[in-house]
Design a protein around this ligand. Sequence first.
Ligand SMILES: Nc1ncnc2c1ncn2[C@@H]1O[C@H](COP(=O)(O)OP(=O)(O)OP(=O)(O)O)[C@@H](O)[C@H]1O
Length: 365
Amino acid sequence: MIHLDRVSKTYPGPGAPAVDELSLEVHAGEIVVLLGPSGCGKTTTMRMINRLIEPTSGRIFFDGEDVTNVNADQLRRRIGYVIQQVGLIPHLTVAANIGMVPRALGWDKKRIQARVTELLDLLGLDPDVYRRRYPKQLSGGEQQRIGVARALAADPPVMLMDEPFGALDPMIRDRLQEEFLALQEKIQKTVVFVTHDIEEAIKLGDRIAIFGKGGKIAQFDTPARLLSHPADEFVASFIGSGGSVRLLGLQPVTDLPLESIDIVESSAVSVPDAGGASRALWVEDGRPMRWTRGSRGDALAVVRQSQSQFDALDAMLGAHDDMAVVVSDDGRVLGGLSLNTVLRHTAGNGREASESARADHERTP
Ligand SMILES: Nc1ncnc2c1ncn2[C@@H]1O[C@H](COP(=O)(O)OP(=O)(O)OP(=O)(O)O)[C@@H](O)[C@H]1O
């Protein structure tokens, strides 16, 4: 969908290029996160895509079409843009702010009004309450939602988002990230997202481009590959410690082998309460209740199949048990996930990660 072909930017004056011969492919419908330390060229790269910054050299393609030299205003109508400072116009209402691009495109009033209503609904803001408000009558999180609505107004296929949630407090940021992921499920835009927050990148990115020094990409990969196979010491150190735990958060429990569990239905007349080497699970109306025997824990750790291995570990720690019961999303017992299984697989991941970083480091002269 978006293809940057050896794009460079050198700002006037002395100094190395801010972005140096960078090539990047973003597929339709995916979220690509540009991640890296301050000053590494993320924003410059993003702004070259909508030509707020003109590349010094290289070419940019949209769906195979070379857009490097097309009219920048027309190009920007195909691209939504959300920034940290939001940039809502203070003397215009929410509705007028959202309707800016459709107005410029010559949509009639009725169509704009309908689109504003649709977008406010989509972003979880009651249109009757918010349409007539002014930006200063909104909280930071609401302003950011309106910023997203405005970028989506003319339904552009591409969204550029430059640290859109960076200025929000952690709880609101977390909620907006969740909302954005749910929204993306529905709208399937092609998104380029800039952040320097590794947690945000892992949570939102289908793929992450980690920028190294001198405006070059150090690694472009899925979050799981970045965590398990950092390309070099720079990437490994940028990801920092805790890679194995983060990786657990990305991997569903169903990726691991589950153990079969003996089930005792509630209809059984007498349930042996202790003894017996193997575990047995007491199930009532199809719902797991507690271990009848063989458990070390004092509560039952239960996770749904759509949850992560991190969630399973968390549930086991909470229940002081070394096994979690995995249930289907409609509550049926699928099997048991043991702490041992999680540890065995995590140990493999960690070893691969450190070995691949070390091997790369040794190859570097
Ligand atoms: N208008 C400009 N004129 C000259 N140099 C600039 C200009 N804008 C950015 N730079 C320089 O280009 C480099 C890359 O800047 P850029 O804003 O793209 O980095 P970034 O990775 O987005 O950083 P941050 O995370 O701090 O926003 C930096 O060294 C910066 O000082």
